[in-house]
Each structure stands twice: as C-alpha cells, then as structure tokens.
Design a protein around this ligand. Structure first.
Ligand SMILES: Nc1ncnc2c1ncn2[C@@H]1O[C@H](COP(=O)(O)OP(=O)(O)OP(=O)(O)O)[C@@H](O)[C@H]1O
Ligand SMILES: [Mg+2]
Length: 367
C-alpha cells in the first residue's frame, strides 16, 4: 500500500492555479523529492498533503485512510495525519526555548511530562542539540535552527515527514553534511519522506525518486538517473543539470545491441563534414532528432577527428574545466578534467559525443 497517494489534486487560489491535477504515489519508506523552480507550487502541494490547505479537486490518501476527497466532502485535519513537517521558514516560536519548541507537538497531544522529557532529550541528542536545549531560536545559527525544526518534526515519531526546502539557508558544507544526516535519520526511522527543493543536486543525491514540477504540474517522475539521463523534455533536461541541445541527422547505424550506436551529422554544417559515432539507449524514432548531451559527455581534442570546432572561451573550475566550442552555427559546452592538457580560446578542436539522449525535432527551438 502506498504511504501517500494523490489523485487529480488541484488547488486554486482565485484565478491562480497553484497545483493543477497532480497524481503521485509515494511508497512506504520511500524518499521522494519535489523539484521545481520558484512559484511552481511545491509548498502548496506539501501543505495540501499536511492538511494545512484544502484541495479544490481530487483525493489524497495517507496509508489506507482517505484524508481528502473534495467531491465527498472528506477533510481530515493535520493533527490526525501522523505527519511531521519542517516549514520553509522553520516557523520556530521565538519566545520558547529549543526544548519547549521541540516539546510543543507532544504537549498538544497531551503526552505526560516525564515521557515528553524523555522523547525531547532523545531527539535533541540524536541531532547534536543536547547542549542547546535552554537557548532561544534567536541565539542559534541558521543551521542550528534548521535542526531544531527537524527535531520538532521528528519528536512524535511520525510515519511521514514533509520537508520544505529545509537546507536552503545553510552554507554549502553544512548543506551537504545535512543531506546525509537527513537521509540517515530517514533510514533509521523508516519514515516516508516528501522533500521539497529547487536544488537539483540535492534532489539527485538524496532521493529514491524525483518528481519534477513546473507550473503546478508534475512533468516527470523517476529515479535520479532516469531524470538525469532520460529527461522527457527540454525543461527537465535543462532544470536538472547543464545540457546541450543539438539538431542532428542520422546517417547510418553501426551497432544495434546492447545500446544503439549510429553515425550522426550536425545540422547547419557543410554537407561534407564527417559524421560522428554516438551511442544512445535506444534507436531514435526518426532520422532527424535533437541530441541531448551533458557537457561531461562531450570529448574535445586539438586536431582530432570529429565535428570541427573552435574554442570560444574556457573557465577553470578546480578539478574541472568548462570549454565553450563553436561548431558552425552552434555553441556547445564541454566539461573536462582540468588535469588534461590545457585548451585555449582560439584552438581548433575535433568534437565527439560519447553518448546522449534524444528528443523529437519540434521540441528544439533556436537559441
Ligand atoms: N495563499 C495564497 N493565495 C494566493 N496565491 C497563492 C497562495 N499561496 C501560493 N500562491 C501562489 O501559488 C503559486 C505557487 O506557490 P508556492 O508557494 O506553492 O510555490 P513554491 O514552488 O513553493 O515556490 P518557492 O520555491 O518560491 O517556495 C505561486 O504563484 C503563488 O503566488
Ligand atoms: Mg515554497
């Protein structure tokens, strides 16, 4: 049985459709991220699941319980949904100490004082906050406040955790450490997590599945590798990582198994230029398609065979180097190991594509 099941869930605020007909199943103990740009409806979706908003259409189930059914007029209030939520702004009570903030949900449930004390002390220890129990939120760093909010969500041992951009206010190092910490807590408690973020690296690193959201709708739901390697459209491809879109023409096929390999020509180059060999997970449906290729899958070498390109600019990035290459009317971004011999603006290079993905030609728009 799925832990959370949304069917045709819609939320309108007057003329604004914040969530437009979302259907999603989250399995028990699964970690699913909702990934999308600002304003696409992520927080609204999470608040609908929590019960802080009522949908204008659709049904929501939590376990075997129907918690929302717009037609039948069913609405189960948040406190009966057995969920913990970390809000985008943390929403800690400034007048309460760390201990009191974390104890609050238990007080609401009329848990006895000794038991409350034990549970709160436990969760504060787990999150490394034991020595801060007596402080107020204003006396904590952003990262510490974030952990208090997490402790408050975890203290009543909820089946489901709803986390709304919980790491967005942290510095890069702490953000990465907290990714592992949250994932570890989720495994230990066996919780089901719905995790909202606009950070693609976070979604890819943490999730069992990622649901990519745009303008109130889920455009693709899949494992991190499916989303990254086989995006369904331009939006997903460009939102989840860096990408090049190249209009190409299939010349012939050189291998069909296990992966499809063919020789392809780049459109807009003189007809006599040599086609390159490229591997795709399956044969494209049509000879004309848009090659979707990540910068790290493009190879360039001075004077080597391949599509003829000239280097426009380079950017050194520590362990890697980004290189922009012009090939006829196209510009392509390449990411390579910075320890390889340096390439400089003006160099002539041969461009090859190790492997990629494809989209139908009509989804390609000229830059
Ligand atoms: N209470 C409300 N009344 C009217 N419009 C709202 C309300 N809440 C949200 N919206 C609108 O619904 C849309 C989705 O908002 P939401 O907060 O869910 O986006 P989000 O994806 O969480 O964005 P962000 O990444 O910036 O947090 C936005 O256009 C927003 O202005
Ligand atoms: Mg939000």
């Amino acid at each position: 049985m799925p832990a959370i099941e949304l069917h045709g869930v819609e939320k309108r605020f007057g003329p604004v459709t914040a969530v437009g007909g979302v259907t999603l199943r989250v399995a028990d103990s699964e970690f699913v991220s909702i990934l999308g740009p600002s304003g696409c409806g992520k927080t609204t979706l999470l608040r609908l699941v929590a019960g802080f908003e009522s949908p204008t259409a659709g049904t929501i189930r939590v376990g075997d319980r129907l918690v929302n059914d717009v037609r039948a007029g069913v609405f189960v209030p948040p406190r009966e949904r057995r969920m913990g939520m970390v809000f985008q702004s943390y929403a800690l009570w400034p007048h309460m100490t760390v201990f009191e903030n974390v104890a609050y949900p238990l007080r609401m449930k009329r848990v006895s004082a000794p038991e409350r004390h034990r549970s709160v002390t436990d969760v504060l220890q787990t999150l490394g906050l034991g020595h801060m129990a007596a402080r107020h939120p204003a006396e904590l760093s952003g990262g510490e406040q974030q952990r208090v909010a997490l402790a408050r969500a975890l203290v009543s041992n909820p089946d489901i955790l709803l986390l709304d951009e919980p790491l967005s206010n942290l510095d890069a190092a702490l953000r990465e450490a907290m990714r592992f910490e949250i994932r570890e807590l989720q495994r230990r408690f066996g919780s089901t997590v719905l995790y909202v973020t606009h950070d693609q690296a976070e979604a890819l690193a943490m999730s069992d599945r990622v649901a990519v959201m745009r303008a109130g709708e889920l455009v693709q739901v899949g494992s991190p590798t499916e989303i990254y390697d086989h995006p369904v459209n331009r939006f997903v491809a460009s939102f989840v990582g860096l990408v090049n879109f190249l209009p190409v023409l299939l010349v012939d096929e050189t291998r069909l198994e296990p992966d499809w390999t063919g020789r392809i020509r780049l459109r807009g180059l003189p007809a006599e230029h040599a086609p390159i060999e490229c591997t795709l997970p399956r044969r494209p449906d049509r000879p004309e398609f848009v090659l979707v290729v990540r910068p790290e899958h493009v190879r360039i070498e001075p004077g080597a065979q391949g599509w003829p390109g000239s280097v426009i600019r380079t950017a050194y990035g520590g362990e890697r180097e980004d290189v922009w290459v012009r090939i006829g009317p196209h510009e392509i971004r390449v990411r390579r190991d910075a320890r390889d011999h340096r390439i400089r603006a003006g160099d002539t290079v041969g461009v090859r594509v190790a492997h990629g993905w494809f989209l139908p030609p009509e989804t390609h728009r000229a830059r």
